[in-house]
Design a protein around this ligand. Structure first.
Ligand code: AG3
Length: 273
């Protein structure tokens, strides 16, 4: 990607973008699946972009990764012992699950280059992949879910936006396949985009899950480097989800966030009715 006067911009539309002034461009590669760029920014530290969209920055990755792990963690009937992560090649979600005490994590990432880039530039996240409790598989998550005989207490879809390689991860067919590999009481969560700029993402995730699971809920959080800064996650289970008491907190997550993130603005409620 070519930088104009040392700014990296994620384009939201023809008329809108979010720009970061960068001190250095550390990498720009085209893999079999996507383009990966790595920048050093002034305000957010290192920034990883895939196909021009911000995936994580050093400064605010904790918010996304805590939300996608700690919220569903508290919705299983007892603390989950094992989990499947689809995507998540940076290691951020796996790392949080290890911190929560999970014993066995399978992380299926389609693009080995995401893992390589994270090993070089985000060692504190990718260190999860050197932990004996984490099994990293480089393969298509959709095929893995279709074929595996393992079952899980928690399934986390840490994907890019539903265009390109991640599209299939927002489909009812995929959710039906995940249903087959769930232990009793298991919960699935997917990032589901910005309700303001990407209503399609949240509608896809919500209606896809509604077609398969009995209890489906949306929660949101504040992620400054993602489009609009207001982000959604969709969580579901074949069984009624009941919140366990929150005894831990992170840098973003706490007992108030566990409840408050499910309180939705009216326009978001209307997207999912
Ligand atoms: N995966 C979700 C990123 C979606 C961002 N979308 C965007 N910037 N348009 C994050 C990967 C972190 N493990």
């Amino acid at each position: 990607m070519k930088l104009i006067e040392n700014w990296f911009s994620e384009r939201y539309s023809d008329n809108l973008q979010l720009s970061f002034r960068v001190s250095d461009q550390l990498l720009s590669i085209k893999t079999d699946y996507q383009r990966i760029d790595l920048f050093d920014t002034y305000d957010f530290g290192k920034l990883l972009a895939i196909d021009g969209t911000v995936q994580l920055t050093e400064r605010d990755e904790f918010i996304y990764h805590e939300l996608i792990t700690m919220v569903p963690y508290h919705l299983t009937p007892k603390p989950p012992e094992n989990a499947l992560i689809i995507g998540g090649g940076d290691g951020g979600a796996a790392k949080r699950l290890l911190d929560l005490g999970l014993k066995h994590i399978v992380n299926v990432e389609i693009d080995d280059q995401v893992v390589e880039v994270s090993r070089r530039f985000f060692p504190s996240l990718s260190s999860a992949f050197s932990d004996a409790r984490v099994k990293l598989l480089i393969q298509d998550g959709i095929k893995y879910v279709k074929n595996t005989s393992e079952k899980f207490d928690l399934i986390i879809i840490d994907s890019t936006d539903p265009e390109g390689p991640a599209e299939g991860l927002f489909s009812k067919e995929f959710y039906m396949d995940t249903r087959r590999i769930m232990n009793d009481g298991a919960v699935i969560v997917s990032q589901s985009g910005s309700p303001f700029y990407q209503p399609k993402a949240i509608k896809l995730a919500y209606s896809g899950m509604k077609g398969v699971f009995n209890d489906v809920r949306v929660y949101t959080g504040f992620i400054p480097t993602y489009p609009s800064g207001f982000w959604s996650f969709t969580v579901a289970s074949p069984w009624p989800m009941k919140q366990r008491p929150v005894t831990t907190s992170g840098k973003y997550f706490n007992a108030d966030v566990m409840e408050g993130s499910f309180r939705l603005p009216q326009f978001v409620k209307e997207l999912i009715t």
